[in-house]
Design a protein. Structure first.
Length: 123
């Protein structure tokens, strides 16, 4: 049970990381590929942004947790748990950023979550 709870933290941490990255990129603004100096300017902005650095730390933490999970669970069982982030990200994006989620997208998200539930019951 502890390992399953640990496995569930991976999509939660990944979701928080995605939300932080979206927040950072909203402050950076739209990115195009026409300016040759663009990658270096964006990298400079990101490296100096504490929210971006927090997101990186969360991804590293999530990666370490995932390695622990993989040492204890079958990959075929653990990996679908990451799909929960497909539900977490839209829900929290709607709440945090006011993003519109269409009914069709919610239906797809529900199907993914049901699939994860079926995998979870197969243990």
């Amino acid at each position: 049970m502890k390992t399953l709870l640990l496995a569930l933290t991976a999509p939660v941490i990944g979701t928080i990381g995605q939300l932080l990255l979206k927040h950072v990129m909203r402050s950076v603004g739209p990115v195009g590929l026409t300016d040759r100096a663009l990658p270096w300017r964006i990298i400079q902005q990101l490296v100096l942004n504490p929210v971006f650095l927090l997101a990186v730390v969360l991804y590293i933490l999530g990666f370490i947790i995932w390695l622990i999970v993989l040492s204890k669970l079958d990959l075929s069982y653990a990996y679908p748990i990451l799909a929960l982030s497909y539900g977490f990200v839209p829900l929290l994006s709607m709440l945090a950023f006011g993003e519109h989620i269409s009914p069709m997208r919610w239906a797809g998200i529900a199907i993914i979550c049901v699939g994860v539930g079926v995998v979870g019951l197969s243990r």
